[in-house]
Every structure is written in C-alpha cells, then in structure tokens.
Design a protein around this ligand. Sequence first.
Ligand code: PEP
Ligand code: MG
Length: 316
Amino acid sequence: ERKAALAASTGPGRTSDGHTVPLLANVGGPADVPAAVEAGAEGVGLFRTEFLFLDDSKKAPSEDAQVEAYRKVLEAFPEGRVVVRVLDAGADKPLEFLTPADEPNPALGVRGLRSLLDHPEVLGTQLRALARAVEGLPVHLEVMAPMVADRQDAKAFADACREAGLKAKFGAMVEIPSAALRAHSILQEVEFLSLGTNDLAQYTFAADRQVGAVARLQDPWQPALLDLIVMSAEAAKATGKSCGVCGEAASDPVLACVLTGLGVTSLSMGAASIPYVRAKLAKVTLAQCVRAAAAARATDSAADARAAANQVLSGE
Ligand code: PEP
Ligand code: MG
C-alpha cells in the first residue's frame, strides 16, 4: 500500500477537481532538504531555525554561519516558496543566552517572538542573515514569527523585518488562541498567516504538549481547534492573503482534506507524509472536503469529528 501511494503520488498538491493546495515540507536545516526534494515538496512551509542555535546554547551562531545555512535551504527550491521561521526559543527549546532561568510556567513565559523582542540584536542578526542569503536567488522567501499574540506583536516583527532591509513577505504564526480570534487585526500588519496547530492545541486546551497524561486534549481533530482554524482562514481570505498549516495536523491525510475544506491554502509537514497527503487529496473533490469539514465541526469530540470526516471522504 505504501508503494502504491508513492507511485500514484507526484506533482503539485491538488484535489481530483483541480483545486490546488501546495504541499510544503517542514525542515530543521540543510540536512532535511534532500528528503523534502525527493518527496516532491513544492517548497518549505516551516524552516525551524532554532536547530541552528541548539548547537551552542551559550551564544547565537554568527551572521556568516547563518547566511550559509539559510542559503543552502533557499537554493534547493529555485522556483518554490521557502517560509523561514525566526528563532522560537524558550519552553520546550530553552537557550541559555535567551531564556529566563526560573520561569514557573515556561510555556506561558518569554518564548518565541517574546524572547526576540527582548533581544533585538539576535532578531536583527537573523533577519540580516536572511536578507544576505536570499540575494540573487529566484526563490520566494517568506519570513514568519512564532508566538504572535496580537497586532502589536505582528507590527513589532514587521518593523524589524523592514529595518533589516529584508525583501520577503512577512507573516505571523497563529498558535495562540488570541491570534486566531483577532486574525483580522493581525492581518493589518502582515501578509500571511501560518497555523501552528501543535501550540494552538496546547494553548486552547490548557494541555501541555509535553505531558502525555493530557494527550487526549492535544488531538488536532478537536472541534474547538477546527473552529479557530476557520476563523484564521476566513480572515485571511477576506483580505486576499494566505493561511497555511504547518503543525502536525497537516500530516494526517484525512485531516489535510478537512483543512482544505476549512479554507486553508497550503499544508506543510514532515517530508515522509507528503506522498500520503498528496494521494488522499487527489482522490477527493473540493466540495467533498468542504462537506467533510462541516461534518467534523458539527460533532463534539475529536473521535466523532474524525469518523464523520472519514465517512464523507471515503464515500466516493
Ligand atoms: C506548532 O506549534 O504547531 C509548530 C508548527 O511549531 P513547533 O512545533 O515548532 O512549536
Ligand atoms: Mg509552535
């Protein structure tokens, strides 16, 4: 079955009736690029740059070292899109030089964009390195900030990008419920949204993603999570902007169809999942995806949502 899925699966992501949904890869650095290219990724939807910083938690890598790593990833997708996420330190990814040592609740503390706004020199270096790395390349570079809570955060990030002379689209991750609830307001400052469903589930359900005992609440099929996804996708659509998903939710082929039906415009996942998502999308119509999404949202549990969507999507 695995072989059949891979064989039937080439080309861009699209439903059987031709609605396109770019399938992008999540990468941690140049080492992940070959697998992404082999899986036929149309670009990178999430470059988690913190992996570059984890080698030495005492100081940030030099601007030159960053230019080299970013350029290797950007060069691999000449005509594609590469979405780079600026450093997301703190909580599950602490860095000695950035993360306060004694936070009682690290997931609710200084992490993501919050650490970068406290250390503008770290953000500035990273953005300047990206500006240099993309010079002369035809790739469509997009840069986004993790843990954007409100419009003020989004503006601070966009200002920093402009100050660094970065020629790219600037975006905000939606991984805090406040950002989904006020997506229309955040979109006044940025050009695209990307849903980080792992953290969005954590913060919506008050369920630590590192605590197995509350894993039930981390299920991306939870209808409350689907509702927040709709709010974000609709706000983006109203302004003609894009809203992708780069959390684990995108890697489940059935949920990927539901996300498409909810109005999400691209899906980014680990390279290994791309052929399966592509194969499932190719078997269903956009109308089926929309019906599956409505059926899932009409339920009151993750299990019922999954079953309802499966029923619609396996029907034809
Ligand atoms: C997410 O939170 O869904 C996400 C994509 O970011 P990370 O898993 O790196 O926190
Ligand atoms: Mg996250």
